[in-house]
Write a protein that binds this ligand. Structure first.
Ligand code: FES
Length: 573
């Protein structure tokens, strides 16, 4: 137990010298009474609210609710803004800025008189960026996930964020939906505050932090506008004050066991492939040795228990009514490290032992799962020496073992220019290869791996083809899509050497991705290959390009891996 003299904030507020005066006096302009500076744990409320991040638009109000809880428990809440990343707005891709936002979070926490932190998160990258930054400081930290939007409906049919966009887009192309109708769909899809309501990346990230033990039990699935979300935020405010007193830091919760639990849970909920990149980056910050292979070893044989889009048919609101993540955690009891500690001071087993399922259509049991094996498969081969990723539950079974002729696009611009050209030499057995969309190449590794099929094949009724790239895929997307090929094409990985007509073999069962081109020819192609010009000469993008690591390491900056702790060696003089 920490007593008040041991609080980190006392280094700022506990002295009667000139600097103690300076630290307290200016803060008092916001109207804080004396006792706020006399040994209350100071709690930073790290807010990713922004009107440019619609999924986090309600978090300004949520900060006030968290403050209520902090005050009730005897803490001193101070809210601070950090860079917010709006998935549907930012160009060229939010992933280019995840590491930048994490630096903002890390330095904002360390430089200020904080004893504990509440992270208010929602849209895809706002969860990993804040957790990564907080890990590099390692104070007591709790996450309040902002919650999903309510389910959308279009003419009686449920609409999931993202997933239905692809379907409607296809229907529009085939003449099944007019432009006006598409507009109507648009207005039905996002009908309340909150993040995407499928098991896309935002829900995956919320699920991930609950599985890691960083939220109060059951927090992740509660819809953003449900009154119980407010209660959860208030209770999180109360709890963080206790965590400071107990000195329950992030590194005591984020053990190797916690990461393994997150991998298992992600498989069981049919979570996004983006989890891999973010979980690797978080593990790198906190100092847990996690590799790409762990995702296959630990997660690939886990049954799919949750029937949510894009792998299934329901939405996060339905998941909440069915009992939410606690039911899944209870079902997985034998496959999880039950003794992993969580932010409320109890183990994950203790927290979820009493969970009850209210709808087996939405959350299945282990004996009768939605699919017997879900999870993520890691491929290896001469086309991806450091690995590549495929999500079998979102793929077409008949394509999981497939050889086909490569149709190559050098970058996204090339793809857009030629994909719908009626003269393009392509059929449904071909393999679409997209280069230049990796961490350095785009730059920022955008979610484009599930590129649309050629219009002429869609019109023929083709719904899926093997697609391979060094990019990522939206958590709301689906298809037989090989992602995160590492090393990427822009640093001279074998992907850069693929040419039209080469035969590519995908064999998911045997974890193999092979380019059928003899080694001596590949070596000649490599000798002739020229690295692309850097995409920026200054600013953040230049720093990013100089330091970003490859996908199989989590695409963090090499200079950000690890932590510096909470100490600040120099005072403000
Ligand atoms: Fe923000 Fe999907 S766009 S969560």
């Amino acid at each position: 137990m920490k007593n008040e003299k041991q609080l980190r904030s006392r280094q700022w507020f506990g002295s009667n010298d000139k600097m103690g005066f300076v630290h307290r006096s200016w803060l008092r302009n916001q109207g804080y009474p004396d006792d706020y500076f006399e040994g209350r744990p100071v709690i930073g409320i790290c807010n990713t609210w922004s009107e440019l991040t619609p999924c986090n638009g309600h978090l300004r109000d949520f900060a006030e609710i968290v403050k209520k809880g902090v005050l009730e428990a005897g803490g001193f809440p101070l809210e601070f803004p950090v860079m917010s990343l709006g998935e549907t707005i930012m160009r060229p891709t939010t992933m280019l800025f995840r590491n930048l936002a994490s630096m903002d979070v890390e330095e904002s926490i360390r430089a200020n008189p904080l004893d504990g932190v509440v992270l208010l998160t929602g849209c895809d990258k706002t969860t990993p960026s804040t957790v990564m930054g907080a890990c590099s400081v390692d104070l007591p930290t709790i996450v309040v996930p902002g919650g999903p939007m309510l389910s959308g409906r279009y003419r009686g049919e449920p609409i999931g964020s993202g997933s239905f966009n692809w379907i409607f887009k296809e229907k529009e192309k085939t003449g099944g939906l007019t432009g006006l109708e598409l507009r109507e769909v648009e207005t039905c899809a996002a009908r309340s505050a909150g993040h995407c309501n499928t098991m896309g990346t935002a829900s995956t990230m919320a699920t991930m932090v609950e599985a890691l033990g960083l939220t109060l039990p059951g927090a992740s699935a509660i819809p953003a506008v449900d009154s119980r979300k407010k209660v959860m935020a208030q209770l999180s405010g109360r709890r963080i004050v206790e965590m400071v007193r107990e000195d329950l830091t992030l590194s005591k919760i984020l053990t190797r066991q916690a990461f393994e639990n997150a991998i298992v849970v992600n498989a069981a909920v049919g979570g996004s492939t983006n989890l891999i990149i973010h979980l690797l980056a978080i593990a790198g910050r906190i100092g847990v040795d996690l590799t790409l292979e762990d995702f296959d070893k630990i997660g690939s044989k886990i049954p799919l228990l949750v029937n949510l889009m894009p792998s299934g048919g329901y939405l996060m609101e339905d998941f909440f009514y069915a009992g939410g993540l606690p039911v899944v955690l209870k079902e997985l009891e034998k496959k999880l490290h039950g003794n992993a500690l969580t932010v409320n001071g109890k183990t994950i087993r203790e927290n979820n032992a009493g969970a009850e399922c209210f709808d087996r259509k939405i959350i299945a049991n282990v004996e009768n799962p939605v699919q017997p094996e879900a999870g993520i498969v890691i491929l290896k081969g001469n086309l991806c020496e450091e690995g590549a990723v495929i999500k079998p539950s979102a793929a077409t079974p008949s394509l999981m073992k497939h050889s086909g002729r490569a149709v190559v696009f050098e970058n996204m611009e090339d793809y857009h220019e030629r994909i719908d050209n009626p003269d393009l030499d392509i059929d449904e057995n071909c393999v679409i290869v997209l280069k230049g969309v990796g961490p350095k190449g785009y730059p920022g590794m955008p979610e484009v791996g599930n590129v649309d099929l050629p219009e002429k094949l869609i019109l023929k009724g083709v719904r899926d083809m093997v697609r391979i790239s060094d990019g990522r895929m939206s958590g709301t997307a689906y298809g037989t899509v090989v992602l995160h090929v590492s090393p990427e094409s822009s640093v001279g990985g074998t992907l850069a050497l693929v040419q039209n007509g080469d035969i590519i073999e995908l064999d998911v069962e045997n974890r193999r991705l092979h380019l059928h081109v003899p080694d001596d020819i590949l070596q000649k192609r490599k000798a002739a290959w020229k690295a692309p010009e850097p995409m920026a000469s200054r600013g953040w993008v230049r720093i990013y390009l100089d330091h970003v690591e490859q996908a199989h390491k989590g695409a963090d900056l090499d200079i950000l891996v690890g932590k510096s702790g909470a100490e600040v060696s120099r005072d403000l003089h």
